[in-house]
Design a protein around this ligand. Sequence first.
Ligand code: TRP
Length: 335
Amino acid sequence: MVRKKRVLTGITTSGTPHIGNLAGAILPAIQASKDKSTESFLFLADYHSLIKNNDPNLTHSSSYEIAACWLACGLDTEKVIFYRQSDIPHIMELTWVLGCLTSKGLMNRAHAYKAAVAENKEEDPDKGITMGLFNYPVLMAADILMFNADVVPVGEDQKQHLEMTRDIALRFNHHYGEVFTVPDISIEEDAGILPGIDGRKMSKSYKNVIPIFLNRDGLRKKIMKIKTDSKEPGEPKDIEESSIFNIYRAFASEQLTEELANKYKEGIAWGEAKELLFELLEEKIGPLRQNYDLLIDDRAGLERILQTGAEKALDVSTPIINKVRQAVGIRGFGD
Ligand code: TRP
């Protein structure tokens, strides 16, 4: 039987997911995972979260919040292998093996590392830079190669990491013999980038996000805070410049979007536009919130789901790590 195409993506478990993530990543990935011609791997990149954060409570809570979020949004774990990176120790083992044939020069060129060095300006260029940050692309390569993924869909910001993964896989195969699939890169367009409540790109680092799982009142309050210009009711308003409109468009049907565009031309009051946005989001998110609240209160249930995912993932990673050990010469003396 021909093996199905393996599609793999990781989610770094830091911070609370927001509606920009929902429109741009979560819903499209769940949709894509329904494609019957592919086998989907989706994992919580919890060891990646240590690169950015040293708070054990945050690391732990982000991990189950994000797990609950994906499940609440409709991820079907019968169809997708959904697991936690830390449940697959083979990934860590592979990280070491790959690190031993990755040239330091390649890692020196990584954007995330270079940006951290640049921030140090004239001071010590190594200030505050950990080996975790430096090795981040190797860990990511191990995430991907551990499962011989064929395709890795990522945002533009991750493209370089994928190129490095390909480089590392080719180098390994060249030196030790063919073990790894060299993955294709699939760059997702930025259609999902939403403005935040201050009009800049919605991003944790700008503190301008609308979290997905606020309660009804909290959601309403956040939406009422969205920045607008000072146009009065009755004055025609620009749709492209309006955060309210752009968020609305990401969740509404074409017809509803057009109706709102017409109301902008007719000079809808900002308060009313916000109310329409709230109603739309509440309609979309309300049912997900109910799922989320049930899941978040049932940690044992979440744990069981992840353990089942880990078993499936280990079935795939075990033969591959065995091949890797054989290839590099780490094996029992009787073999
Ligand atoms: N680093 C990725 C991000 O920040 C998340 C990630 C970790 C990932 N490992 C991966 C994505 C492997 C794809 C494949 O978005």
